[in-house]
Ligand binder design. Structure first.
Ligand code: SAM
Ligand code: DTB
Ligand code: SF4
Length: 355
């Protein structure tokens, strides 16, 4: 189903009490409201990223205080995945602080991680930055279930947050993911100073996709000291609920993931997010670099609300592994990603502060 921006705006601006009811109704028509999908994030390569994303703790440009690391070892990743599986996660999402994937030995190692975790009967997701169609196909051959690549905001507001890549680069990567047959995970962040119209425009872009993204993470900005957005006032819980409910209504079949910023919300606030159609979370006390809710608090909340974590591959079958993922490309592909390079004053200031 597709909606005009005006229609999405009307939904977004419905009185909240009505909006929650409508979203809950649609949620029940398309999903089992007692099931919740749980993902565990692992930051397999942290910090030192070349990009200037204004929200990110991992950009090398800003004076943030996080512990970086080079690519993790396969056995360490497998160990974390085993614990997460035991604790009820059906999906592992491996994140790397890269602008884009390069055809190098690090990528070969990531492919081995994907293969190993898939063989553990977990849904495996990666978020590694921009991806060519060939790289997407190698990931799919290694057994990758899903790829996360967020649009973050409206096309207009994106230009005020990031200058080192374009919205089109993101859309092209999403096309490459879809073309390789993987599940598409794409969402955004609220609370970066954008307007309601920006949020509506981002949702409109998603609804124009055919099919809609399989999962849509809604992040509330975690303002990180040293980043250009460090002083941003967090959005209130009602705005987050409004965003989740609207996402649920305009993309009824997608999984809506209540993502970053969840640890700032009360149990009751989270319950309203679930009622409004959020049916997935990131679990574990760390996201990529920012703190997240304690695991046992989450389990207590699920138990109070009567929610049960879903099993892997309930929505789509387990991908088969084809060993051709090991075939390295004979020639290096020409990198076609853009670098708009316009000046974002806030980003420049944060860079000067660091130096
Ligand atoms: N480097 C890859 C990329 O940019 O696609 C993958 C990792 S990146 C950290 C994944 C996503 O996390 C971003 O697209 C953004 O939506 C989200 N994110 C990063 N920092 C955040 C923050 N401080 N608050 C909320 N969401 C954040
Ligand atoms: C997504 O939309 N949110 C996750 C995941 N996809 C990769 C990341 C949230 C990052 C929050 C900030 C941090 O931990 O550094
Ligand atoms: Fe790099 Fe991704 Fe962070 Fe942007 S969001 S600075 S691309 S790690």
């Amino acid at each position: 189903m597709s909606f005009t921006e005006k229609e999405i705006s009307e939904i977004y601006n419905t009185p909240l009490i009505e909006l929650i009811f409508k979203a809950a109704e649609i949620h029940r028509n398309h999903h089992d409201p007692t099931r919740i999908q749980v993902s565990k994030l692992i930051s397999i390569k942290t910090d030192g990223c070349s990009e200037d994303c204004g929200y990110c703790s991992q950009s090398a440009r800003y004076g943030t205080d996080i512990n970086g690391n080079s690519l993790m070892k396969l056995e360490d990743v497998v160990q974390i995945a085993k614990e997460a599986k035991y604790n009820g996660s059906s999906r592992i999402c491996m994140g790397a602080a890269w602008r884009n994937v390069s055809d190098n030995s690090d990528f070969d190692d990531v492919l081995e991680m994907v293969q190993s975790l898939t063989n553990m009967d977990m849904e495996v997701c990666c978020t590694l930055g921009m991806l060519s169609d060939k790289q997407a196909r190698r990931l799919a051959d290694a057994g990758l279930y899903a790829y996360n690549h967020n649009l973050d905001s409206s096309e207009d507001y994106y230009k005020k947050i990031i200058s080192t890549r374009s919205y089109k680069d993101r859309l092209d990567t999403i096309d490459n993911v879809r073309g390789a047959g993987m599940s598409v995970c794409s969402g955004g962040i609220i609370g970066m100073g954008e307007t309601a119209e920006d949020r509506i425009s981002m949702l409109h872009t998603f609804t124009q996709m055919n099919p809609h993204p399989d999962s849509v993470p809604i992040n509330a900005l975690v303002p990180i000291e040293g980043t250009p957005l460090e002083d941003q006032t967090p959005v209130d819980v009602w705005t987050l609920i409004r965003m989740i409910a609207t996402t649920r209504i305009v993309m009824p079949k997608s999984d809506v993931r209540l993502s970053a910023g969840r640890n700032e919300i009360s149990k009751e606030g989270q319950a309203l997010c679930f009622l409004s159609g959020a049916n997935s979370i990131f679990a574990g006390d760390k996201l990529l670099t920012a703190p997240n809710n304690n695991f046992s608090d989450d389990m207590n909340l699920f138990s109070a609300l009567g929610l049960t974590p879903s099993e892997p591959f309930e929505k789509k079958q387990k991908p088969s592994i084809n060993t051709r993922y090991k075939d390295k490309p004979l020639e290096k592909e020409k990198n076609k990603w853009s670098r708009p390079g316009h000046k974002i004053e806030r980003n420049e200031k944060a860079r000067i502060r660091k130096n």
